[in-house]
Design a protein around this ligand. Structure first.
Ligand SMILES: Cc1cc2nc3c(=O)[nH]c(=O)nc-3n(C[C@H](O)[C@H](O)[C@H](O)COP(=O)(O)O)c2cc1C
Length: 217
């Protein structure tokens, strides 16, 4: 598959056919993903392939209230879970439908991705705001994984709702205390592969010299 085509068309897939994904394919996808860059080549990634149905249900039950709250905040016009602030909803309707969580037992591949914090230089860790740069050492791995999945005829989505429940998920997943739970990635054969993605144009985010400069294009 042409690289530029793949980059521009790798939309999220949350519904999968029943066709299983061979364990060897999962290994191949991870074998591609590991060529991602990371600060100092620390390669901080760890992956737990969640196979056990009971464990899958337990992590879905942790994610469900996060999803419920996310939708409630969005419905009220807020941007959920930003560190710059959002209105916390007074009431949250539980158990809102979700394609991933409702049928997590049937999803061909569920991956928990963790990052070893001891291998990440958090360059903006002392600035008094939420640090961002550490994510740059782990999310390229996640995105490589999704691009490789696409090359294998699979689709999927990276999610972070379990990260919000990290303290509860940690004992279930055996997460080491110096690791962060950075993503839960779902993979399978897509019911439908979306290729028309909604993204803002270059002129809306790129400027010359300064962030308040003239638009690039
Ligand atoms: C860092 C990150 C966190 C995300 N977290 C979630 C999530 O918790 N649940 C979910 O369903 N999708 C999640 N997504 C997928 C986004 O919703 C998706 O990439 C975005 O809406 C663009 O949609 P598209 O891929 O269909 O164009 C996440 C994506 C990223 C990159």
């Amino acid at each position: 598959m042409d690289l530029r085509f793949a980059i521009r068309t790798n939309g999220s897939v949350r519904r999968f056919t029943p066709e299983p994904v061979e364990p060897a394919t999962v290994v191949e996808v991870l074998d591609d993903a590991r060529f991602a860059p990371s600060g100092g080549n620390g390669q901080p990634w760890r992956v737990a392939v969640i196979e056990d149905d009971g464990l899958r249900r337990s992590v879905a039950d942790l994610m469900q209230p996060v999803w419920d709250e996310y939708l409630e905040i969005r419905a009220a016009g807020g941007q959920p879970f930003t560190v710059v602030g959002y209105d916390v909803p007074e009431t949250i309707t539980p158990n809102k439908p979700n394609d991933l969580l409702d049928r997590i037992e049937t999803i061909p591949v569920v991956l928990a991705v963790a990052a070893d914090l001891g291998k990440i230089a958090m360059m903006d860790g002392d600035l008094g705001r939420a640090p961002m740069t550490g994510g740059g050492s782990i999310y390229p791995f996640c995105w490589n994984l999704l691009l490789s999945a696409r090359a294998h005829g699979l689709g999927g989505v990276m999610t972070t709702f379990l990260s919000r429940r990290e303290p509860d998920a940690a004992p279930l997943l055996g997460l080491p205390s110096d690791h962060a739970l950075v993503a839960t990635i779902f993979l399978g054969h897509p019911e439908h592969q979306p290729t028309k993605l909604s993204r803002r144009p270059v002129a809306s985010f790129a400027t010359i010299d300064r962030f308040d400069g003239e638009p690039l294009a």
